[in-house]
Design a protein around this ligand. Sequence first.
Ligand SMILES: [Fe+2]
Ligand SMILES: [Fe+2]
Length: 351
Amino acid sequence: MEETRRSETLINAVEDYLSGLGQYNVGPLWKFLRQALTPEPKSQARPHLWRWKELRPQLLRAGELVSAAEAERRVLMLLNPGIEGRIATTHTLYGGLQLILPGEVAATHRHTPNALRFIMEGEGAYTVVDGEKMTMSFGDFVLTPNWTWHDHGSESSTPVVWLDGLDIPLATMLEGIFFEPFTQEAQSLTKPLNNSVAEYGKSGLLPTWQRSTASHSPLLKYAWTEAREAIMSLSLAAASPSDGAMLEYVNPVTGGPSLPTMASFLQRLKPGQKTETHRHSVSAIYLAVEGHGRTIIDGKAYEWAPGDVFCLPTWQWHAHENLSASTDAILFSFTDAPVMKAFNLYREQAL
Ligand SMILES: [Fe+2]
Ligand SMILES: [Fe+2]
């Protein structure tokens, strides 16, 4: 009896103690230890697929309603249904579909988030990065790295659409966002057209008189004609069981990722191929470029066709499948792998 009374007194004392801690801005870790240190990553993000046939009309409608000058960037953000109140497609990555119409200019600015583009429709658009103009056609992969001045424009007679990829959620979480508009709409051109491609774009051949030491690739555009030829000429016999034949868009000087925070890839699945299920502590955004297939994420199938975009939250089991019996499928993707590897947070597991 005496003991019960003593333990009740203790319970009351603990409760009083805990409820009084807030006023000192402290909390009892012993109540939150398992919540803070989970056995494995638990993403707030959910897998999701955005359909090109649904989003393309929405994007063209935005083109009727909002000019590029008004919008600065006319983009439909791909918002993860599991993440509320933040611009995020996965917990670290952001994807958006950008439209530029004939004759438009998207004004010059710069920001600390790194950005990449994969052209989804059209040709005759361009991006200028720090005085270098690059032409953009279907399938081209273009970089606008951290703090580089960039503007976009179109000399095409038809709409041009691309997938934007940025590390905005990561940079926001790290509270490292800086942004600056340029004094004029367009910057002046100080380098020859597609200069970085001439200097660094020839496989295995680098200029001797200069070697970029930047944290990003000095090659700012990877043309689709060459990338497609590279992925199609690979033998699939010895390809990765979990990814198929996969190529990374690398920094030609270091062999590392093209941007310090994001790695980008092309992968090819042969007709009927189904990859083995695996998971890794990186999140990814995928774009179906060619073919028709599906990706199983945590047991649910996301069926894709060209132009569809889907996201893979971190540490979720996934496998890709080419549903065609006669044609190859090609996926473009980008991930936060460089960050996870830099901080020793990267793990990969086969089922
Ligand atoms: Fe930008
Ligand atoms: Fe994977």
